[in-house]
Design a protein around this ligand. Sequence first.
Ligand code: PLP
Length: 406
Amino acid sequence: MISEKMKEYVTGSSLIRAMFEDSKKLAEIYGAENVYDFSLGNPCFPPPSVFKTTLVEILGLKDQTAVHGYMSNAGHEGVREAIADSLNRRFDTRFHTRNILMTVGAAGGINVALKTLVNPGEEIVTFSPYFGEYDSYAANVSAKLVAAPCGQPDFQPDPEELRKALTPRTKVVIMNSPNNPTGVVYSEETICAIARVLREKQKEFGTVIYLFSDEPYRELVYGDARVPYVTKYYENTIVGYSYSKSLSLAGERIGYLVIPDEAEDAPHIIAAASVANRILGFVNAPSLMQLAIGACVDVETDVSHYQDNRDLLYEGLVKIGYNCVKPEGAFYLFFQSPLADDLAFAEKAKEFRLVIVPGTAFHCPGYIRLAYCTSEETIRAALPQFKKLWDSVRPELIVSKAAGDA
Ligand code: PLP
């Protein structure tokens, strides 16, 4: 018999994953080339060639025990040093090797940070819409997840909503920019406002509130958008990074945490996070991936293809009539569901072989998320299908508008 807690997890299992499975079923019926899958944020490009050549070099090294064996739970020293140096060069920060802890992707990093910081019954606040897995990560540490809704239509966090959500039990606030699911990049003004509210509430409650900046999409930004380095705005910040998206290594499970010296109780957090990495069963991040990453820390992500996809999809959908949030980063586009019931709309989309994710999966009903980390051809072929889908729900829209007017 499985545990009661797991029963809940299995029943409420990720809508995104369910959509991905639906997509596979549709592909069996219609052929993969006739299904337009916008469900999963799985990069469709190969990792940069330097990653592959580095891997081959590492596999040829004499000391293969150093390559494949255990190391310190925090990761290979040389790799952590290379990451700290790269961050300092790029963001004018002052990190040391000790501030970097290698993790099993961003997901591993968040779980390590929460295990390190959160007591059962404490609260974790995040800005909605948000990556649905945060619910499970909060449950893993028996914490309550509290959502502070972003403002609309720009989907920037709302400082007033944050102020309302914080209590003396709040231990961690999770932010994610560039954002999944909206594609919005939080502005410097927003980050300053978040820092102001957190300082104010720390003082009022006499507590420490950590800000966890979940940044797997940091490198994926378009045009003039910039992603401020959050540790420079709020001292109690811990950063979680991952190479899943920037280097197309989602299946390899490699990332890191930055725990700056400025954070309250940093020496204990650094030591405890290393232990959390071990006792959560990760032990350490994959050794081969760490070593390969160590040689790729300054590799720039080529975002041109994602930017072209963004432009093509955004302009195409707006032309049809969809009300879209213009994404400045990540590879997601968020639009208002033409039907108030986003689950029904996503179901209807399958009739047109479109696989899309309802906003409900991100605690934002009435919206739809598209992952455009696909080929350009997929988007070109999908746009006429989005038009047919739009036309198919138009009669329902007219009826509901008339009912609303009456
Ligand atoms: N955080 C956010 C906001 C994400 O969108 C994802 C993955 O899609 C993750 C964390 C997990 O990333 P990783 O694959 O590096 O564990």
